[in-house]
Design a binder for this molecule. Structure first.
Ligand code: T4K
Length: 406
């Protein structure tokens, strides 16, 4: 990679920045969401087994084993593996009988909202708690109408929502409660693993998640009836050869993906430890940069530390989040604005629903910036990235004054 350049070139002043005539800190792009890859020879063995077995999908042995491992990890009775988390959300929503309106945060990946809208359910966007970035339970009650059937909460960055409060509201108002836990595999809430809360939860194993199955997801639940319904829906509604008893779709995970998942599970603790060390290094190196704060994780809970998320307060930094991102991109550091803008400002929601009042969501989505982490990044890379951020903020007024919009 570009380590030599990155290591040699510690940018001292703003004229070293590409935007003002310097050389890029990295000669190749440093991505957010680089996949973690477990033991290759174990993976290739499993791929070979699969090819020898001539059983490539439809409840193959690796899928069954993967489901058992995920259920155990999440401390739940049932795991139904899926081809991705978006389909898993759609199936869970349908299997729970949600319809009419469902309340969810706008500060999430658009898949959360699309999974509802795709099925003709109206997403009702709720604001977030600015501290945790998760749905604000206090605002949910004001959004409940006679058409509301459920709450779809998101454990953003792997940080749990205020689950107790959500469970209390859902029980009292007789609403279904589903968690989008796409980010939260291996995380806990009050010492209980994420996975067993609400009626069901959904994990993502997309390539960009710290534990991937290439593409993949799962519905996890302790409700046996629900799990059975989800299983049927995942496979066209087949209850037996040639026998279909209800509507279904195709949400199945294939054997290569499950083989990847099983192999990556064997390295999962290493991935988490690397993420943790990366996160701690970012936190140390940016600790005294005024106007820059890092999303925090509770060290007393289990965390996967897979996201390093900055909040840029441009009142202090003078450079805006977007200007900082422009600098980083020009240096080949492809920081991402997860999640910008809020879903309510994306189509079809922007045009189809009256503008909701979501001040915290809009404030936060203008400030956040996700930085690269995971197994593909080194301590030297992190030092370089942080060095650039520090230097840009230290010269905030000058950088902001000279920068041209991208
Ligand atoms: N709910 C929440 C809260 C979610 O965050 C997500 C997905 C979902 C539900 C739905 O889960 P899935 O249906 O995807 O299982 C990416 C991911 O595609 C998406 O899974 C993830 N959240 C979201 C936060 O990030 P994009 O549109 O940013 O993807 P893209 O193609 O720009 O890739 C992101 C970065 O990863 C790039 O910088 C390049 C890098 N990358 C990507 C891939 C696929 C690699 O280096 N290698 C790769 O193989 O959505």
């Amino acid at each position: 990679m570009s380590k030599t350049i990155a290591e040699l070139l510690l940018k001292q002043d703003i004229t070293d920045l590409v935007l003002f005539g310097g050389q890029p800190a990295f000669s190749v792009p440093i991505h957010v969401g680089r996949p973690n890859v477990g033991n290759r020879s174990r993976l290739l063995e499993r791929i070979n087994d699969t090819l020898d077995r001539l059983w490539l999908t439809n409840d193959g042995p690796y899928v069954l084993e993967f489901e058992k491992r995920i259920a155990k990890l999440a401390g739940v009775a049932h795991c139904v593996a899926m081809c991705n988390a978006t389909i898993a959300l759609e199936i869970a929503i349908r299997a729970l009988g949600m319809n009419g309106e469902v309340i969810l945060p706008s500060f999430t990946f658009v898949a959360t909202a699309h999974a509802l809208q795709w099925q003709g359910i109206t997403p009702v966007f709720c604001d977030i708690d600015p501290q945790s970035h998760t749905i604000d339970p206090q605002q949910i009650e004001q959004l409940i109408t006679p058409r509301t059937t459920g709450i779809l909460a998101v454990n953003v960055w792997g940080n749990p929502c205020n689950i107790e409060a959500l469970e209390e509201i859902a029980t009292r108002r007789q609403l279904k409660l589903l968690f989008d836990s796409a980010h939260a595999l291996g995380c806990s809430y009050k010492d209980r693993m994420i996975g067993g809360f609400g009626n069901a939860e959904v994990f993502s194993f997309h390539a960009t998640k710290f534990l991937n199955t290439l593409e993949g997801g799962a519905v996890v639940t302790n409700d046996s009836t629900l799990a059975e319904r989800v299983r049927l829906m995942r496979n066209f509604g087949f209850t037996n050869y040639d026998k279909v008893d209800s509507i279904g779709t195709n949400g199945k995970l294939n054997e290569f993906s499950a083989a990847t998942g099983l192999t990556n599970l064997e390295s999962m603790n290493d991935f988490i430890e690397i993420n943790r060390q990366n996160y701690k290094q970012f936190a140390r190196e940016l600790a005294d940069v005024e106007g820059i704060t890092l999303v925090t994780y509770d060290d007393n809970e289990k965390c996967n530390y897979q996201y390093v998320v900055l909040e840029v307060d441009s009142n202090s930094t003078v450079v805006s989040r977007d200007q900082l991102m422009q600098v980083l991109h020009s240096e080949n550091i492809l920081a991402r604005r997860y999640f910008y803008p809020g879903c309510h400002l994306m189509e079809p929601y922007r045009s189809s629903i009256p503008a909701p009042n979501l001040p915290e969501t809009e404030r936060l989505s203008d400030r956040v910036l996700s930085l690269p982490t995971g197994t593909s990044i080194s301590a030297a890379d992190i030092k370089t990235i942080c060095g650039i951020i520090r230097m840009v903020v230290a010269n905030g007024r000058e950088v902001a004054g000279r920068i041209r919009p991208a």
